[in-house]
Design a protein around this ligand. Structure first.
Ligand SMILES: Cc1cc2nc3c(=O)[nH]c(=O)nc-3n(C[C@H](O)[C@H](O)[C@H](O)COP(=O)(O)OP(=O)(O)OC[C@H]3O[C@@H](n4cnc5c(N)ncnc54)[C@H](O)[C@@H]3O)c2cc1C
Length: 354
């Protein structure tokens, strides 16, 4: 411990050889690694689950994953979503292997939108247009159409894993019990990023009681009619998210706090199909063929009050926390990575120029 403290307080490895260490290899850890590598930093990711894994507790493998402008968030958070949009758009245009696609979106809004509604998305999404009453189902207050981005996580996570390796990043598969375990593994490093998602609830020296598991379950319906996203905005939480490269649509959704059941609940699945059919009858039939259906279960890493994105100094170490993204990790991902890139620059500048 004494020795560890010594090396952390007086880092003796040269700047270029002190890796930035990221705990977690979900979309947040991986998007951050990519950004830091592009900025020239050496990066090591330590995680129990890595890109390509399919454990239901690894949220990033199971997301919808649509870019939707969240309502009720601060202007800073909107900007993070806007930056994500910019990165995702570029990938959709230039790197089809990333699994990111441009699709049309139809959003039907139950109640007259408040000042802080998701309508701010018109400043970011292309082709935003208010729908005429004849264009949205009866019973809704209004609606919007726009272009949005959907990410197929079955392609995107492996793509990102390869990208990180090609840029010189290193993955270490390991479960740790605390951040302290990481400090011991990398005594020469001074900047650590905690992107452990739901792991932050149990890591011994984090134990963030605001974190909670929020179970999600979706139905994947195989169809080539998969180029429009439908989103019901209001009390009922229903979406149809196209996944063009996998020839299907993701039907949802449901949020079950503190439920860790890995098996699909068929009653929920039937309800999701029925709701999706009501929302998008032109895409989802009332009784789709069982052969065309498969089921998705994933645990969202949620946090009361929203996610953490902050920096703490502990001795000469800087700990950057980025977890608790709940149902929006993809929509925030590359914006968060961009912000963390700047936070790492600042931390390293203070380490080098004393
Ligand atoms: C059904 C469903 C639908 C969704 N739809 C959308 C959507 O449409 N749009 C959207 O933006 N988001 C969506 N999400 C949310 C999105 O999936 C999450 O917000 C995002 O994946 C969280 O990423 P993360 O990197 O924080 O966490 P995770 O992907 O869970 O990754 C956490 C990482 O930390 C590692 N880790 C944790 N603890 C430890 C430890 N002790 N030791 C070592 N490693 C550890 C894990 O192994 C893993 O690598 C959806 C989620 C679900 C489940």
């Amino acid at each position: 411990m004494g020795e560890l403290q010594h090396s952390a307080d007086t880092p003796n490895a040269p700047f270029a050889q002190r890796p930035i260490v990221i705990l977690g290899a979900g979309i947040i850890g991986c998007a951050t690694a990519r950004q830091l590598l592009l900025n020239g930093f050496p990066v090591i990711l330590v995680a129990e689950y890595l890109p390509g894994d399919q454990d239901y507790r690894y949220a990033s493998a199971w997301a919808g994953a649509a870019w939707h402008p969240a309502g009720g968030i601060s202007s800073e958070w909107r900007y993070l979503q806007a930056i994500s949009h910019r990165h995702l758009l570029k990938m959709a245009q230039e790197e089809p292997e990333s699994g990111v696609c441009i699709v049309d979106a139809l959003e039907y809004v139950e109640r007259p939108p408040s000042e802080n509604s998701s309508a701010w998305g018109k400043t970011v999404a292309a082709k935003w247009r208010d729908l005429q009453p004849s264009e949205y189902p009866s019973g809704f207050s209004c609606g919007w159409s726009y272009e949005t981005l959907v990410t197929d996580p079955t392609l995107h996570m492996p793509y990102l894993g390869k990208k990180i390796t090609a840029l010189g990043g290193q993955f270490i598969r390991k479960r740790v019990e605390s951040l302290e375990d990481l400090y011991r593994m990398f005594p020469e490093s001074s900047v650590f990023v905690n992107a452990s998602g739901i792991g932050s609830k149990t890591l011994k020296d984090v134990q963030d009681e605001k974190c909670f598991a929020e179970r999600g379950q979706n139905v994947f319906y195989k169809t080539d009619n998969c180029h429009t996203m439908y989103f019901r905005n209001g009390q009922e939480y229903t979406y149809v998210i196209p996944r063009p490269m996998s020839h299907g649509v993701v039907l949802g959704g449901v949020k079950q706090a503190d439920d860790l059941s890995p098996e699909p609940d068929m009653e929920i699945a039937r309800d999701e199909i029925a709701r999706a059919h009501r929302l998008a009858p032109e895409v989802v039939p009332e009784h789709p063929s069982e052969d065309a259906l498969s089921y998705i279960v994933g645990i969202r890493p949620s946090r009361q009050g929203g996610f953490r994105l902050d920096s703490e100094q502990q001795g000469s170490r800087i700990i950057l926390s980025a977890y608790g993204f709940g149902g929006g990790g993809y929509a925030f991902s590359y914006g968060v990575a961009d912000a963390l890139g700047k936070m790492v620059e600042k931390a390293e500048q203070e380490n080098v120029i004393q």
